[in-house]
Design a protein around this ligand. Structure first.
Ligand SMILES: [Zn+2]
Ligand SMILES: [Zn+2]
Length: 298
């Protein structure tokens, strides 16, 4: 093979979309409670052999999935969103839950949504269904053709740490993380035929993430900027330090775990910038890093 062909192949491999991999990580929403119009609420899709598994349901999750479908990932067509895992019940991670339960159902999803998450998820879902009781009644009895036969919209599993799901494509492990005063907050590990992906959810620095990500291919981890943090008020600093992970703390975690790719998401940047945030992590970690934007695919 001549040198030009080798160079072209190297370049192709460097930029090749993950479409060639059996497992893709699709960043549907990378946001936080901040109402950043460029970042929808937290939601990540793991797509394996054409089937999607969602983590969290932030604001706009179904619209973002539809955008990913339009960009070439058919597994994220709204009617195909059938399975989700919820890290914890903070509103930024669950404001899209009604959307995820109901919109695909209206669009003729052919099975109920199956969701697993921490204690309290069932009550949250029951309240949402109660809030939409009139909608459910009209759609199932008011002549709409789609829902005459199976009005079940959602099935909920409140879960404990451990392997919480497996099928022929993926094994999903839930592990506890330390997120301030939450009694239960999870990170998730997805093991597929070709990749291991660990998603931190919201967490302070936690060695249990490191245990899950030994030699993992992709670590999707929340982070806040130390420069932005320095300009916050002391009360907020105390809060953020209890609930979240700083750029320097994340660099130390990455150094110990050496993921194939470190993906920053749920970036709390405040008055700093995304470039500055990346610089902060890079100053103490020399592995491969990206700061995710909505609809990025890895
Ligand atoms: Zn959050
Ligand atoms: Zn949270």
């Amino acid at each position: 093979m001549n040198r030009a062909v080798v160079a072209a192949l190297v370049l192709l491999c460097a930029v090749a979309p993950r479409a060639q991999s059996r497992t893709q990580v699709v960043m549907l929403g990378t946001g936080t409670p901040n109402a950043d119009p460029d970042r929808f609420g937290p939601a990540v899709a793991i797509v394996v052999d054409g089937v999607s598994y969602l983590v969290d349901a932030g604001v706009g999750v179904v619209r973002r999935a539809a955008a990913a479908e339009r960009a070439g990932i058919p597994a994220l067509a709204p009617a195909k969103l059938k399975r989700a895992f919820i890290t914890h019940l903070h509103s930024d991670h669950t404001l899209g839950l009604a959307d995820l339960i109901l919109s695909p159902w209206v669009l003729e999803r052919d099975a109920p949504l199956e969701i697993a998450g921490p204690r309290g998820l069932r009550s949250m879902v029951d309240h949402l269904l109660a809030a939409y009781a009139e909608d459910l009644k009209i759609r199932t009895t008011g002549g709409e053709p789609a829902h005459r036969h199976d009005p079940t919209v959602v099935r909920v599993l409140e879960t404990s740490p451990g392997v919480i799901f497996r099928d022929e494509r993926v094994v999903v492990t839930a592990f506890p993380v330390k997120h301030g005063s939450w009694e239960q907050a999870f990170g998730f590990r997805f093991q597929t035929a070709d990749r291991t992906i660990v998603i931190s959810g919201d967490t302070g620095p936690d060695s249990r993430i490191e245990e899950q990500c030994r030699e993992c291919d992709v670590l999707v981890h929340e982070v806040y900027s130390e420069a932005g943090f320095a300009k916050r008020e002391p009360e907020w600093q105390a809060y953020h330090a209890r609930y979240h992970t700083s750029s320097r703390q994340l660099a130390a975690i990455a150094k110990r775990t050496r993921p194939g790719l470190l993906v920053l998401y749920h970036q709390l940047i405040w008055s700093s910038t995304e470039d500055e945030l990346l610089k902060e992590v890079r100053s103490a970690y020399d592995g491969k890093i990206v700061s995710a934007k909505d609809l990025d695919v890895y």
